[in-house]
Design a protein around this ligand. Structure first.
Ligand code: CTP
Length: 397
């Protein structure tokens, strides 16, 4: 379909980047980055019409557009371009050019592959820089010596790809990367972009390994001077995949935001105030910051309670009821204790589902004067129920 539209408009059109890389690796990828040799916006409009979708974004100045198809797929369309970087880390300026130069401005050889989509030579792999060979050899290589200087976020991308695919950095790439780090090029990256990179890292399956690499390459200091990823944090993080499976087996409704667990572990070396100000600067949402605050301030006390010999279910319930799933799972991970895990499992599956079928409103409707004793009485009944000291019969339906 895309090929035909390209033929009609007499434009050469390619799919590029991550999709091609993952196609060769046999990994699923639904990121469709399309590059047009010519007017990409015109092509995007035509494509939207032909596919009965719509152009949902258009950036004239960059020559890019995004098309949403009827089936919910998104296609990013760009015009071939060369970018001139004003200063390291700044947004690029754009000028028209051809495919080879468009690919040359990209981060690594394995991301600089293209597949032609026109009917003539449909599916032909275009590989100007030896990307396929690097993919087969498991190498991450930059395309030119200034790559990390032009765009220091590539340092983080390189470490993401290294760990995701279990690849290695090419020799020269590694040296240039170390050099760029020594030159502190990362300091020129905006907080917004840094934050984006951090989130992408924490969302990788191999987040723990990437964080170890960030420590090894001395990159964490660009986020905060006190940030580190020690053997202890790394060991706790190695429990996360197990915890993820455990939660899955519980079959509860909420989804565990696994990346937040890595974040909670990462900010461990910081004080509450340091962690809060860092995460605020990184524009991490307030509810996540609240989780960090809880971990810093009351995790010890909760763990102590759960480890007590004679603790009552109602006490457990009251202690855990305001916590999110991530906070609960974090407690299990750091406790390294099966009793804590059993209590939290019991809480998630049983305790938090115990509801009182009677409310204060019901009692008022029966004509009783409302007062503080209501609340007390209801609370007392709930406590008894939680502790299994009260049998409840379901109302007849
Ligand atoms: N790219 C780049 N430099 C960057 C970011 C992106 O050269 N700092 C290029 C790469 O060619 C990449 C493409 O833009 O393939 C698309 O970027 P993005 O969607 O972020 O990356 P993917 O390679 O698709 O990676 P992921 O699988 O993590 O989405």
């Amino acid at each position: 379909e895309i090929g035909k539209i390209a033929d009609n408009l007499e434009l050469d059109v390619y799919i590029v980047g991550g999709f091609v890389r993952d196609l060769i690796l046999g990994v699923e990828n639904f990121d469709f980055d399309i590059v047009v040799e010519g007017n990409g916006i015109k092509f995007a409009r035509e494509l939207a019409e032909e596919l009965e979708g719509e152009v949902i974004e258009e950036h004239q100045e960059f020559g890019t557009a995004c098309v949403a198809t009827r089936l919910g797929l998104k296609l990013d369309v760009a015009s071939c371009r060369v970018e001139y970087y004003q200063s390291p880390g700044a947004l690029p300026e754009v000028e028209a050019s051809d495919l080879k130069q468009d690919l040359f401005r990209r981060d690594f050889t394995l991301n600089a592959l293209a597949i032609k989509l026109n009917s003539e030579r449909f599916g032909k792999l275009i590989d100007f820089f030896g990307g396929k060979e690097d993919l087969e050899a498991g190498l991450i290589r930059i395309l030119h010596n200034f790559s990390f200087i032009d765009d220091p976020t590539r340092i983080f991308r390189a470490l993401r790809f290294v760990n995701r695919y279990d690849f290695e950095l090419g020799q020269i790439t590694r040296e240039l990367m170390e050099h760029a780090i020594d030159q502190k090029v990362v300091e020129g990256v905006s907080l917004g972009r840094l934050s984006n990179e951090l989130e992408l890292i924490l969302k990788e399956e191999t987040a723990a390994e990437i964080l170890s690499d960030l420590e090894e390459f001395d990159l964490l200091k660009f986020f905060h001077p006190q940030l580190s990823w020690t053997a202890k944090q790394s060991k706790l993080a190695s429990e996360i995949p197990w915890a993820e499976r455990w939660v899955e087996e519980l079959e509860i409704e909420e989804e565990l935001a696994v990346w937040q667990l890595y974040l909670l572990l990462l900010v461990n070396p910081l004080s509450v105030a340091e962690a809060k100000s860092l995460l605020t600067e990184l524009k991490i949402s307030n509810d996540i910051i609240a989780k960090v605050e809880f971990i810093k301030e009351s995790d010890k006390e909760k763990l102590e309670l759960l480890r007590e010999f004679n603790v009552q279910p109602s006490e457990v319930y009251n202690s855990l009821k305001s916590l999110s799933l991530e906070e609960l799972v974090y407690l299990v991970i750091v406790s390294e204790n099966t009793e804590v895990k059993d209590w939290i499992e019991f809480y998630l599956l049983e305790l938090r589902r115990i509801e009182l079928q009677v409310t204060g409103k019901d009692i008022i409707e029966l004509g009783y004067e409302p007062g503080p004793c209501f609340e007390k009485a209801l609370q007392a009944v709930k406590t008894k129920k939680l502790n299994g000291e009260l049998e409840t019969y379901e109302a007849e339906r």
